[in-house]
Design a binder for this molecule. Structure first.
Ligand SMILES: O=P(O)(O)OC[C@H]1O[C@H](O)[C@H](O)[C@@H](O)[C@@H]1O
Length: 476
């Protein structure tokens, strides 16, 4: 059976086991077939990579296969953030991008994301089409074409590029640079040994933001023994330093810098749900009348209350920024998800951790308040919510059983709660009369079932969680 499968966000595999040079060439040949089938081969494709093992060499392999198919290649000369690579599609009018990254997975992984010509994640239709080409290459019906790197370079089919400058310009167009500059803000950074190194710090300095300290600021394919995941548990040192140094914000990025971690000046973690609520509110206040806002099924309903108050509908999508990207393309002013992905219509439809860092600085600069103070204000107007995500490791049999129980759910009560709705956009979601909700779905990137809960307060959340675990026959 083939080991090449596209999940929630591209193809990922263990290096030398599934993620090999040979399989990279197969996937690239399939991407080349897609590009040619859609008449896009007259335009170049940009190739980027992050700080993972052999990233530059895998990227070179991708370049050789695209060149072998007569497609011009712009190959990044150093590790770069996924959004910086995606931005070149827009700034340079390209056919798309291939990014060599496994995002926040453990160090032994690498992966490939294909970003088509609209500069957002590939839709399932596109990855299905590419997968069909993969199978044809695997069965020998289509051959892998290769032009060796040195020859393609000499011929000018592969050109070395850096997205640094054009990307920096694009970012600075989305935010009010003058407002940020005047506020004289101070930050502490945690780059998690990832692709944001050499990008976030200089852009902040250009905007007059003082960087008081920068943690994990050296490339390391082992990620310092941790995972490049900007979650509260992994940002403890950033939290300590942000508070101790009196910074306005603590800012972190994941391994390929497309997702963010934001800390309040007090060192408290601001969850992606909260960040999305704050930025949605700020944008609606400033701009009003947008066509819609977008969130995934796993993301806070606080967005819905804020949007409703501004007369704007909410588009609810399955998990994955590929769906949010499509909503932005079809008119959403802002879209995001609980796992830390966010973009806005003025940018391009790919999630961007650096963009969020700048938008949060703009928010603090414009309001003169900290994120937590602004959240308290939102809570007073729209009601407070608390969220939790529980990632449950189960055997394949247990997983099937749990998902089956949810699919078959017909009870009108769960514990003390009245079930008011059940949807199956992605996994199964139950909504309750109190405004609380829960979602159970299999992860598309890890061998896990994710349980998401939202309630009015910690007590309700705990009660709901206990009732659900009991109904599913699980104990944590
Ligand atoms: O919950 P999962 O299917 O594992 O996906 C979790 C996340 O994975 C990747 O980072 C995708 O880019 C995100 O869009 C998605 O939310």
């Amino acid at each position: 059976m083939s080991v090449i499968k596209f999940g929630t966000d591209g193809w990922r595999g263990v290096i030398a086991k599934e993620f090999t040079f040979a399989n990279t060439a197969i996937v690239t040949q399939a991407v080349a077939c897609y590009i040619k089938a859609h008449g896009l081969d007259g335009k170049p494709v940009v190739i980027g990579f992050d700080n993972r093992f052999l990233g530059n060499l895998f990227a070179e392999r991708v370049a050789e296969v695209l060149a072998g198919n007569g497609i011009s290649v712009l190959l990044c000369d150093a590790p770069a953030p996924t959004p910086a690579v995606a931005s070149m599609i827009v700034s340079h009018g390209l056919a798309g991008a291939v990014m060599v990254t496994a995002s926040h997975n453990p160090p032994e992984y690498n992966g490939i994301k294909f970003i088509p010509e609209y500069a957002g994640p590939a839709t399932p239709e596109i990855t299905d089409e590419i997968t069909r080409y993969v199978r044809e290459v695997e069965s020998g019906r289509i051959h892998v074409h290769v032009t060796p790197y040195a020859r393609a370079s000499r011929a000018g089919t592969i050109l070395a590029v850096s997205p640094r400058e054009s990307y920096g310009k694009m970012l600075k167009k989305v935010v009010d640079g003058e407002l940020i500059r005047k506020a004289g803000l101070k930050v502490v950074l945690d780059l998690m040994h990832g692709a944001g190194i050499g990008y976030l710090e200089p852009i902040l300095q250009e905007l007059g933001v003082e960087v008081l300290a920068c943690l994990r600021n050296t490339p390391d394919p082992m990620f310092g023994g941790s995972l490049p995941e900007p979650s509260a548990e992994r940002l403890k040192e950033l939290a300590r330093l942000t508070k101790e140094k009196g910074a306005d914000l603590g800012l972190a990025l994941d391994g390929d810098a497309d997702r963010f971690g934001i800390l309040d000046g007090s060192g408290e973690y601001v969850t992606p749900n909260e960040v999305l609520a704050l930025l949605t509110h700020a944008l609606l206040q400033r701009k009003g009348g947008m066509k819609k806002v977008a969130r995934t099924v796993a993301t806070t309903h606080l967005i819905d209350r804020i949007a409703a108050a501004h007369g704007v509908p909410v588009a609810e999508t399955p998990v994955g920024f590929k769906y949010i990207g499509q909503e932005i393309l079809s008119g959403a002013g802002i879209g995001g998800e609980e796992s830390g992905g966010l973009s806005v219509a003025e940018h391009f439809p790919e999630k961007d951790g650096l963009l969020v860092a700048l938008l949060m600085l703009e928010l603090v600069a414009g309001s003169g308040r900290s994120p937590k103070a602004l959240l308290a204000e939102l809570g007073a107007v729209y009601g407070s919510v608390v969220n939790e995500r529980v990632d449950v490791h189960l055997t394949p049999e247990q997983k099937d059983l749990v998902l089956q129980v949810m699919q078959d759910w017909s009870d009108t009560r769960l514990g003390l709660w009245d079930v008011t709705g059940k949807t199956a956009i992605d996994g199964v979601k139950l909504t309750f009369a109190s405004g609380a909700w829960l979602l159970v779905r299999p992860s598309g990137t890890e061998p896990l079932v994710r349980i998401y809960l939202e309630a009015q307060d910690a007590k309700e959340l705990e009660g709901l969680k206990r009732a659900l675990l009991e109904a599913l026959g699980l104990s944590l």
